[in-house]
Design a protein around this ligand. Sequence first.
Ligand code: ZN
Length: 187
Amino acid sequence: MTQDDKLKIENAVRDILQAIGENPERDGLKETPDRVARMLEELTSGYHDDAKVHLAKTFDEIGSDAVIEKDIHFSSTCEHHLMPFFGKVHIAYIPDGKVVGLSKLARVVDVYARRLQLQERMNAEIADAIFDVLSPKGVFVVVEGEHTCMTARGVKKFGSKTVTSATRGEMPDSVKAMLFSQNGMND
Ligand code: ZN
């Protein structure tokens, strides 16, 4: 982010504070525009990151049917309200010769979470990146998200989750069930 962009955000935040009837100069709010600008830079750092880079280093697969990585925590920003949504991503793929280090899957999640997002699109982008780069037989990605734009306003109860999934290629139901069954889908 350039200094110019940062100043734009700071000025906009000051305008918002004034518009809601606040005094941007009072002690508690003086540093807020600067904090918001730095926070937004971090929350949107995924625009300058590339999933392909994290998936580039692969290993020869040694005969596993499925690779499953569960409970990858994420925090993203809803593009409709600029409010956080957060939760867990679960990934399963059936390798076809290539696997990646498990930490790389978490990096891929961050690449797409640190942008303005819709849960459905983030879900699809994670699945597409793994499918396109690793060329597995199949990939299945589940996202469980709590959307503060809903829960903070009382539209939905706190703790209510939105669950989405995306499949690319072939994925046996038995593997899909492993992502769903142990994740408190019914709690
Ligand atoms: Zn929203």
